[in-house]
Design a protein around this ligand. Structure first.
Ligand code: BG6
Length: 445
């Protein structure tokens, strides 16, 4: 439900890529849908004195719906008095409202800059002002220890219910739909366990490379970029116990329990494949870089509902095509065929169920056929994940945000991989850009 409390959204880093490509377009859509609070201002923090509104709104489809709300505020991000001045300015804006405003600080900045900003928001008193929220983007650390340290840093200045850790995959329509799908289809609800499911595969294949993000990617790699966050959150949605009734507020705790049940299956050397696309090293100007742009690994859960069900997570850049999907393979029957339920997240969000049917004719031949449902065929427009993220943060709904405990649990799952990789680089496979996932996996076998 729409929150009509006056709202100030402070985007720290308004001129950055995330803000231009995702946040401002999302805010414009929410505004066009009439779902922004009636009294709403967007304060864009920037160090650029000559920044033009037309420049940051270049990619914004419904720019007219927000341009009147936006103002820029120039400040140095490393000076405490700059935050105090900002605080005074926010109070001035508030004086024009009919009642006190909530303030959302969206940190749309590189990770190394987030830390001091959090500290200065705290030291300047902005963090403890009533109705203040902090929206954070990943990466939340680079391993368990650094994530723990970052979580402590945030906790030092903000209460946990002020903090919204964004994982935009949780806000994708099909990811949200997973709960409804599992809950409202008794056919799947009753068979969602080890007795019926043989394996779970989550695939996030990307056609793009690292798109100029050399510094970020050299410090990150596919495991930290996609697996620790997006793919493990999808895994949690698949494995978690369903909330009671429509009590969606229970979901973060259920996801956490699912993450806590997970561990790597077997040894890293046997069950984890990493690769790098040819040309990556010259792109990042680091010949000898061992950063992986592809990873595939197998997990298992000690939750008795899923014991012995392999969960395979695979992601890579510069692959043959863009496709994100979850494949639930059901147990095979005597003729070795297996039904599959495929939940498509991208490019066309939808659901596919693979069935077997007799091929018409005199011979008894069985063929696999898909039953397909695509959201695009029924709904003219699906909201972008960032629209949902911003709408929910404005409306204080934490369901689609990752808690610090979830972040830590997912780093714990990957801990042994990170430690093994830190000691040995011999297993890095080089693949050609445009490869298919199977071609890379075959190289290992
Ligand atoms: C981001 C990663 O979180 O997700 C990027 O940092 C990746 O490397 C992107 O390309 C993928 O998101 P989507 O929504 O396009 O699948």
């Amino acid at each position: 439900m729409k929150n009509n409390q006056p709202t100030i959204i402070v985007i720290i880093g308004i001129s950055g890529d995330l803000s231009r490509r995702k946040l401002l377009p999302a805010l414009a859509q929410i505004s066009a849908a009439g779902e922004l609070p009636y009294e709403c201002r967007i304060v864009g923090i920037t160090r650029q004195y000559d920044l033009l509104l037309s420049d940051v709104l270049t990619h914004v489809e419904k720019a007219k719906d927000i341009e009147g709300m936006i103002e820029f505020w120039n400040m140095e991000l490393d000076k405490k008095d700059a935050y105090e001045k900002l605080g005074k300015h926010l109070k001035e804006i508030e004086r024009g409202f009919t009642s006190p405003a909530q303030r959302l600080f969206y940190l749309s900045v590189p990770p190394q800059i987030s830390r001091p900003i959090i500290e200065l928001l705290g030291e300047s008193g902005l963090a403890s002002a009533p109705n203040t929220k902090l929206l954070l983007e990943k990466p939340f650390g680079v391993d368990f220890e650094s994530a723990q340290e970052l979580a402590n840093h945030v906790d030092h200045y903000f209460l946990s219910d002020q903090v919204y850790r964004i994982d935009h995959y949780l806000a994708k329509e099909t990811a949200q739909n997973l709960v409804v799908f599992r809950q409202d289809n008794s056919l799947f609800k009753r068979t969602w366990n080890k007795d019926f499911i043989e394996s779970v595969n989550i695939i996030a294949s990307e056609k793009i490379g690292i798109e100029g993000r050399s510094i970020f990617y050299e410090q990150t790699g596919a495991l930290r970029d996609l697996v620790q966050s997006h793919l493990l959150q999808l895994t949690a949605l698949i494995l978690m116990e369903l909330p009671s009734g429509r009590n969606f507020a229970e979901i973060p705790a259920r996801r956490l329990a699912a993450l806590n049940s997970l561990r790597l299956k077997g040894r890293v050397e046997e069950n984890v494949i990493r690769g790098q696309y040819r040309g990556y090293q010259s792109e990042v100007k680091n010949h000898g870089s061992h950063v992986e742009t592809f990873v595939s690994l197998t997990l298992e859960s000690d939750d008795e509902r899923f014991i012995n069900v392999p969960i395979v997570l695979t992601t890579g850049k510069a692959l043959a095509f863009k496709e994100t999907k979850i494949i639930i393979s059901y147990k095979r029957n005597e003729n070795h065929e297996s039904n599959q339920l495929i939940l498509h997240l991208q490019p066309d969000e939808g659901v596919e169920l693979c069935l077997f049917a007799k091929r018409p004719g005199y011979e008894h031949q069985v063929e696999r056929h898909p039953l397909k449902f695509s959201f695009g065929e029924y709904y003219s427009r699906l909201p972008e994940a960032y629209e949902q993220v911003l709408f929910d943060a404005i409306n204080s709904n934490h369901t689609l945000f990752a808690s610090s405990e979830e972040v830590l649990a997912s780093w714990r799952i990957l801990d042994s991989i990170q430690k093994t990789w830190a000691m040995n680089n011999n297993d890095l496979l080089i693949y050609e850009p445009g490869s298919k996932i199977e071609q890379i996996i075959d190289k290992k076998n």
